[in-house]
Design a protein around this ligand. Structure first.
Ligand code: ADP
Length: 851
């Protein structure tokens, strides 16, 4: 096909600009296309074209296509090769590009460039007219001689190769069958020639000149082969192999003869990579590994899957910040101001963080405990982590560990796997580009475990200052120094953090906020942030503190401020719509439109909610802020989600309010009991853990043993409380598993109410573990529990006496709102929980005497 006899190319050709190889007529070249004009040519001409003519393009050598569409076209090489695009392969790796397989047809010269965009098109003149050559050379004797000479050399060269290889035999046959005029181009592509030499051959339009130029190249190749044969003489077998190796590879691809160029181009990349490796500041060990890998890479054919893998690996190695770090600018006073500015309240946490930073400033190393912030969601753990990075002037990167159950997530996959990649730590370092960032390990309490190993164990190595300077990711397989990284962890609870990991960390509890703190946080931080995010100004919207309090008490029930933030966001969105509408109306005062809208509002909104739309209309002059009052709140957020239900639920005997601690903060919990005829069975519902069930049994046993003393009777008046009686205890929110001993006092109070028929005070909540002897033991999470009770509007809280010290942590204003009853035994609990106490009453004694 190469030397097709009468090729007629179109007079206008789209031009493919190449700079990596030179395509000669009769040979085939693979070329990568990724620059904008070339990509356009492939897309709109080759991929869309349907006729054979549309697959003919002009390949211009020695001219690179500018990387940007807007750049001017460089001056084009005058002579090019008209080519047939035989194959187009698209790929997205490492960036979108096409690989074209083109076969050269004949030379052409550019007469005039017709257009440059989206891809260049030129009017061209065909230069090779192969059928003429035959006539020509017949007429010119010299050319006949030249071609004869050339043919001889070509035959000599081919015969030096191993004829048993089919491709060599085929080439030998081709030499005889192809027209002589086509041979210079074809052989130049086959033998070892530089791009420059090929370019000269391409530019040699006259056939005579072309023969003259190629003969020395053939001779050079023949001499080279002879020399090789001589040096390899002793080893006969080897000799043959060596001689054939290179030419073979080329001959195999006849007429795809331009592998040299391909390799050259690719080698360029590899050489660049090698240069980068040598100049990078990686550790000695890493450098050794990389150099070994690059050596392998050079020998590897590009089509091997391992080629891409190795290349990826080397590129990652070059990119990693082996020695690149940011300079710490730590100034404790500035850090304090920044932390205070970014976060309201959380004094204990800020104090500890400042201490930590101060020690770092004095000691200048990081060998200390890893800080772990433990607290309910939305209390600002992540955001404090971010502030720490800011005060230090370090990069910040968050690694979410929730649900990670494969240790390869931390440590990476070995490179033997397909799709292997480095772990999150190394990936994070690559992302931030420095070796001393602040890494926030988010949700360490939610690490999973699976057959693929324990990620917590992998984290141990990362967090241990003694060993993390030599952290070895499986993918990298060389040590990377993590000792400069500042790790901070966050969790909702310490209960599920693996003990070994917990041991490496210093736990700082971040409790929930009080209502007052939430209001302050909302007005200092959340509202300004939301306004900015929604493009509003304080002149357009005003949220008074009472409204914030309303949102906090009636639309959210949480320890942190996340849902509050979301609600504020919803308000801002609604107002943004109104403001935008207002502006719209202002610019287009179309009365009909306004009227129609007004009507709609009247139909769909009730009388109260009109206030927001009215206010919104008033916002037309922008200096009038939209006031978010109770009605507006209802309009935007819907009816309140939480109402004070306490007194309503305590209207029957057998209900008491307990305080529970959950990873999401403290909560109030209604414990309900009822009795019915039966055989003395105790039924417990509400997904209780074993400890809680035991508390229930303890409570019943204590009440039974003290029934006489408190005059507690069953339905038939017997002191044996379980005689012919079944008891059912229920802990609402049945879908949530509950466990722990702290509900003991609540169960006792609830049952005491049931058996005495008296109501528990509706404003009292309690917590405490009980013993069989009626003592009240201390429990944890007092601060969260007290805040929950305060949120729910309760007034009195019964806590174990030994928890008295925990009250100091609670803000003064919350303490002032509440009355605390310290109890060391159940007598005290019951006395406080019932109006007028629970002591033995004279009335009861009278009853006794009757019996
Ligand atoms: P966590 O990590 O504890 O779940 P975040 O750090 O994501 O919580 O905090 C949620 C949002 O609440 C953030 O926008 C944060 O800025 C804000 N926030 C929480 N606590 C405070 C605080 N004390 N002062 C200012 N903003 C706060």
């Amino acid at each position: 096909m190469a030397a097709g006899s009468a090729i007629q190319i179109p007079s206008r050709l789209p031009l493919l600009l190449t700079h990596e190889g030179v395509l000669l007529p009769g040979s085939t070249m693979r070329t990568s296309v990724d620059s904008p004009r070339n990509m356009q040519l492939v897309r709109s001409r080759l991929l869309k074209g349907t006729s054979l003519r549309s697959t003919i393009i002009g390949v211009i050598p020695n001219t690179s296509d500018p990387t940007s569409d807007c750049d001017d076209l460089p001056s084009l090489h005058r002579i090019g090769t008209a080519a047939l695009a035989v194959q187009v392969v698209g790929s997205n790796w490492p960036k979108p590009h096409y690989t074209l397989l083109v076969t050269g047809l004949c030379r052409f010269q550019i007469l005039q460039l017709l257009k440059e965009k989206p891809y260049p098109v030129a009017e061209v003149e065909q230069l090779d007219r192969l059928e003429q050559f035959t006539n020509q050379h017949k007429s010119e004797e010299q050319l006949g001689e030249l071609s004869e000479q050339f043919y001889k050399y070509a035959v000599q060269l081919v015969e030096m190769l191993d004829m048993s290889v089919p491709a060599v035999a085929k080439l030998r046959r081709l030499l005889d069958n192809l027209p002589r005029e086509a041979l210079p181009d074809i052989l130049t592509s086959i033998i070892r020639t530089s791009n420059q030499e090929k370019l000269q051959i391409l530019d040699a339009v006259r056939l005579e000149e072309r023969f003259k130029m190629t003969i020395p190249l053939l001779v050079r190749q023949i001499e080279g082969l002879k020399l090789l044969q001589k040096t390899r003489k002793p080893k006969q077998d080897d000799d043959k192999r060596v001689v054939t190796i290179r030419p073979n590879r080329r001959i195999n691809h006849i007429p795809s003869t331009t592998e040299d160029e391909e390799e050259e181009a690719d080698n360029d990349d590899v050489v660049m990579l090698e240069k980068k490796i040598r100049t990078s500041s990686m550790s000695e060990q890493a450098l050794k590994v990389c150099l070994k890998e690059i050596k392998r890479l050079k020998k590897m054919p590009q089509s091997m899957p391992e080629y891409a893998l190795t290349r990826n690996y080397l590129e990652l190695m070059v990119e990693l910040p082996w020695n690149k770090s940011t300079k710490d600018r730590l100034e404790i006073r500035a850090a304090r101001i920044l932390l205070d500015n970014d976060h309201y309240a959380m004094e204990k946490l800020k104090k500890r963080v400042l201490e930590y930073l101060a020690v770092r400033q004095l000691k200048n190393n990081l060998k200390g405990p890893i800080l772990c912030f433990v607290g309910p969601p939305g209390v600002g753990k992540t955001s404090v982590g971010r502030s720490i990075a800011k005060t230090l002037g370090r990069e910040f990167h968050r690694i979410a560990l929730g649900g990670v159950c494969d240790q390869s997530d931390i440590r990476g996959h070995r490179r033997t796997y397909v799709g292997s990649m480095p772990g999150r730590i190394i990936n994070g370092l690559k992302t931030v580009g420095v070796n001393n960032p602040v890494f926030l390990l988010d949700e360490v309490d939610k690490l999973g475990k699976s057959l693929q190993g324990d990620p917590a164990a992998a984290l141990l190595e990362v967090l241990d200052p003694e060993q993390n300077h030599g952290f070895t990711d499986h993918y990298l397989n060389v040590a990377f120094d993590l000792s400069q990284v500042l790790f901070i962890a966050t969790a909702n609870t310490t209960a599920t953090i693996p003990p070994a990991l917990l041991d490496r960390m210093e736990i700082i509890q971040v409790p929930g906020y009080t209502q007052e703190e939430k209001i302050e946080i909302a007005h200092r931080h959340l509202i300004p942030k939301q306004l900015e995010q929604h493009g509003l100004t304080p002149q357009q919207i005003q949220i008074p503190q009472v409204t914030t309090l309303d949102i906090i008490t009636r639309y959210t029930r949480e320890a942190g401020v996340r849902s509050l933030d979301r609600k504020l966001g919803a308000i801002c969105r609604a107002v943004a719509v109104k403001v935008a509408e207002g502006q719209h109306k202002e610019t287009k005062p179309d009365r009909a439109e306004v009227d129609e809208e007004d009507c709609k509002e009247h139909v769909t909104e009730d009388a109260k909610t009109e206030s927001i739309s009215d206010t919104a209309d008033l916002a037309l002059p922008p200096e009038m802020p939209i006031l978010i009052d109770f009605h507006a709140l209802k309009d935007i957020l819907g009816p309140p989600m939480y109402e004070m239900e306490v007194s309503e639920r305590l209207s029957q005997p057998g209900v008491a309010i307990g305080l529970a601690w959950t990873p999401l903060g403290g909560e109030i919990m209604f414990v309900e009991a009822s009795r019915m005829d039966g055989e003395g069975q105790l039924t417990l519902t509400g997904q209780l853990g074993d400890v809680m069930k035991e508390s229930a049994h303890l409570a019943i046993s204590w009440l039974r043993s003290n029934a006489k003393r408190y005059q507690l009777t069953n339905a038939s008046g017997s002191f044996d409380l379980l005689d012919n009686t079944d008891i059912h205890l229920h802990f609402p929110a049945g879908a949530v598993t509950k466990d722990g001993p702290s509900a003991g006092v609540t169960i006792v109070t609830c049952l005491a109410s049931l058996f005495s028929g008296r109501l528990v005070c509706s404003d009292v909540a309690m917590t405490g573990e009980i013993t069989l002897r009626g003592l009240v033991l201390p429990v944890g999470g007092i601060k969260d529990k007290v805040l929950a009770a305060h949120r729910a509007g309760l007034k009195r809280i019964i806590i174990p006496r030994r928890n008295e010290k925990d009250l100091e942590e609670i803000a003064v204003n919350v303490r002032q709102d509440l009355t605390f009853v310290m109890a060391s035994c159940l007598d005290e609990v019951l006395n406080a929980a019932f109006d007028g106490g629970f002591a033995v009453k004279p009335r009861v004694e009278r009853l006794n005497s009757k019996l």
